[in-house]
Design a protein around this ligand. Structure first.
Ligand code: PRP
Length: 211
């Protein structure tokens, strides 16, 4: 049987993704055992799962270390990896937003200082609006930037809104909705086409049933 190498995003989203794969017929019970192991395989269902840092999934898939994986649309838009996007799994739903302090007013005369982990998404968004910006690329705790006067606004992911609320920031604009996507390595999609298409079909059928 063809073994499919699957990169799962480690964390809460990954747990939900595994549950979905498992319901679709791709169980691998050893993955549920507690421990720090990162690779699990089940020859009967033809899958080998790896726990990967969510923002690295697309790298494993692009380079063929994994045949398929699950990555957020935010990562796909930001890094534009050379992979096929096969299916919207409708999990990990959130929004890419512009957020700012409550009293922020955009005076269009000045260059806008934008702090973000998603420099490309932010640049594309403001280019489409014809707005001049200065991007301040940060790697985390983005919410601090407007509070400390490092930036005027941030471009970041909002899920429940708790992080913004607890830091006295508000959503100023929504850029786009985000959700988890099934992605495939381009060569694997040819060489393991039967197995990958079957997985895609089984997941799609399950999602259809659930909605
Ligand atoms: C994201 C984002 C926000 C938070 C939003 O961070 O950068 O900080 O989630 O979620 P909320 O609206 O439910 O509060 P993430 O947890 O992905 O971690 P990181 O940015 O620190 O890597």
């Amino acid at each position: 049987m063809t073994m499919l190498n699957v990169a799962l995003p480690k964390g809460r989203l990954g747990d939900k993704v595994y549950e979905l794969f498992s319901k679709a017929g791709y169980e691998c019970p050893s993955i549920l055992e507690p421990g720090r192991k990162l690779i699990f395989e089940n020859e009967e269902t033809g899958v080998r799962y790896f726990w990967v840092k969510p923002s690295d999934v697309a790298i494993y898939v692009e380079r063929g270390a994994a045949d398929i994986g699950v990555a957020g649309k935010d990562i796909l838009l930001e890094y534009e990896p050379e992979v096929f996007e096969l299916l919207d799994l409708k999990l990990g739903k959130c929004r890419m937003c512009v957020a700012a302090k409550r009293d922020f007013r955009d005076h269009h005369t000045k260059t806008l200082r934008v702090a973000t982990k998603f420099s490309k998404i932010a640049a594309d968004y403001y280019r489409s609006k014809g707005r001049d910006i200065d991007i301040i690329h940060l790697n985390g705790s983005i919410e601090l930037a407007p509070i400390l006067g490092l930036s005027d606004v941030i471009v970041d992911i909002v899920e429940t809104g708790t992080t913004l609320r607890e830091n006295d920031l508000i959503v100023y604009d929504t850029i786009l909705p985000i959700s988890a996507r099934l992605i495939s390595n381009k060569a694997s999609y040819q060489f393991k086409s039967e197995a990958i298409r079957a997985l895609q079909k089984n997941l799609a059928a399950l999602l259809e049933e659930e909605t």
